[in-house]
Write a protein that binds this ligand. Structure first.
Ligand code: GRF
Length: 209
């Protein structure tokens, strides 16, 4: 069994894609043990509750310092016996202690083709606004391992999405989610559950069996 903790801060549509994948038997041997958020009002938490998934709230401002926050997050991950941490619209910084303890066991979905339109300040609609401002014709989404940088870890999967002349940031975000994010995040989890994802240096190789 691959036990997941999904870290969220917003609407949870990527979480929903994982829930649907599990419930429709597209992710055999995968279980979401907990959904963890820094936002008490994140709709992602409602999605989890509707499917009987445990939820936890953890807010850095409720801790004396980052060290205490890191220890609290680590305790949650141990409590749920987590194998893989999935960042699905997670807007809080993952402490270095967690990244080190879960090296190559944390993945993130980013709404662009990394290394374009990523890094500090590139999240949510801001990504798609920058894509339209630059006038690129192809964008997409990326699933990557999380390392100490921002959107800098080894890339696992990417999926392109064509930019339309009449796109707005909102219409582009919707299509990138529907056509790319909600496809490659569950796919990446499935590949990891089948032990088919191998890191060699900064590159990731997917084995056929
Ligand atoms: C998605 O666009 C994702 O790529 C980014 O944050 C957004 C989260 O959306 N990391 P949701 O909460 O999964 O609906």
């Amino acid at each position: 069994m691959l036990r997941l903790a999904v870290l969220v801060s917003g609407g949870g549509t990527n979480l929903q894609a994982l829930i649907d994948g599990i419930e429709h038997n597209r992710l055999p041997g995968v279980k979401i043990e907990a959904v963890i958020s820094n936002k008490s009002d994140a709709y992602a938490l409602e999605r989890a509750k509707k499917h009987g998934i445990s939820t936890e709230i953890i807010k850095i401002k409720e801790y004396a310092d980052r060290q205490a926050f890191a220890q609290a997050l680590l305790a949650l991950l141990v409590k749920y016996n987590v194998d893989l941490i999935v960042l699905a619209g997670c807007l809080f910084i993952i402490p270095e202690q967690v990244i080190q303890k879960y090296k190559n066991r944390i993945i993130n979905i980013h709404p662009s083709l990394i290394p374009s339109f990523c890094g500090n300040g590139f999240y949510g609609l801001k990504v798609h606004e920058a894509v339209l401002a630059r006038g690129v014709k192809v964008t997409g989404a990326t699933v990557h391992f999380v390392d100490e940088g921002t959107d800098t870890g080894p890339i696992i999967l990417q999926k392109p999405v064509m930019v339309h002349d009449d796109d707005t940031p909102e219409s582009l975000q919707k299509r990138v989610m529907e056509e790319a994010e909600w496809v490659i995040l569950p796919e990446a989890v499935r590949l990891i559950s089948e032990n088919r994802v191998h890191i060699k240096g900064s590159r990731v190789y997917i084995s056929s069996i």
